[in-house]
Design a protein around this ligand. Structure first.
Ligand code: ADP
Ligand code: MG
Length: 240
């Protein structure tokens, strides 16, 4: 479903991604871990073209996302993103945060958008908060609205960029719980997270990124129990 091929990206003299390659199949849950500044967010942002890269290519269902026939609007419909800081519109209710994209990007009618929004709010356990503004919601609730908003577009692939990093510890579980529900439903997910419990139990593959390089990539048992690279063990050992 997703093929990242020799992806490289620099900011000025700083090489942020160096020849990064990997593939994901439909239904895979790829968890990316790595120190701050290792290029994790940049990698996700290249996948949905929030950031343009220097060389390499990214294919979604076999089609280049940057070739001459690529359609960035279609890509944004196919690839949903959940941000660390939620990125909700503060002046819009939870429901309106969701209907906005459905109306503008997907062209749904008011009624269709409203019912899709309410369906997804219910899925993340926020049916009762549809008319609340972000300021009236907890961090965990805001992030669940963010997830509902991305899901309502019916993406093929979901990107999560440290979705629980801005949350108080007691609110992390409710967001991880929603992510686990998506895993159960077979959603294809590319997830940057420090939640090692989620990585161990839900990931099909874990990638350890450092200085823009994939140091090691494999099933969670390999990375957590018997890493092939000493650096992987050092990093994950420190996090656990
Ligand atoms: P991570 O998400 O792993 O913490 P990032 O992908 O955010 O890492 O950043 C990787 C490196 O790229 C960092 O050194 C960061 O300072 C740099 N960087 C990220 N975005 C920009 C930008 N828009 N302009 C300049 N440098 C950037
Ligand atoms: Mg980041």
């Amino acid at each position: 479903m997703l093929r990242v091929e020799n992806l490289s990206k620099s900011y000025g003299d700083e090489r942020v991604l160096r020849d990064v390659s990997f593939e994901m199949d439909r239904g895979d849950v790829e968890v990316v871990v790595g120190p701050s500044g290792s290029g994790k967010s940049t990698l996700l942002r290249c996948v949905n073209r929030l950031t343009e890269y220097d060389s390499g290519d990214i294919y979604l269902d076999g089609d280049s996302t940057t070739g001459p026939d690529a359609d960035v609007n279609q890509l944004r419909r196919d690839v949903g993103m959940v941000f660390q800081d939620f990125n909700l519109f503060a002046h819009l209710t939870a429901r309106k945060n969701i209907t906005l994209g459905l109306r503008r990007v997907k062209g749904l009618s008011k009624e269709e958008a409203r019912s899709a929004a309410d369906e997804h709010l219910e899925m993340v356990g926020l049916a009762a908060q549809a008319d609340s503004y972000p300021a009236e919601l907890s961090g965990g609730q805001k992030q669940r609205v963010g997830i509902a908003r991305a899901l309502a577009m019916e993406p093929k692939l979901m990107l999560f960029d440290e979705p629980t990093s801005a949350l108080d510890p007691e609110l992390i579980g409710e967001v991880v719980g929603v992510m686990e529900k998506l895993v159960e439903r077979g959603m294809t997910m590319l997830v940057v997270t420090h939640e090692m419990g989620f990585a161990r139990s839900a990931a099909s593959t874990v990638t350890f990124l450092e200085d823009g390089n994939i140091v090691e990539r494999g099933p969670p048992e390999q990375l957590f129990e018997s890493p092939e690279q000493a650096r992987t063990g050092e990093f994950l050992g420190r996090l656990d």
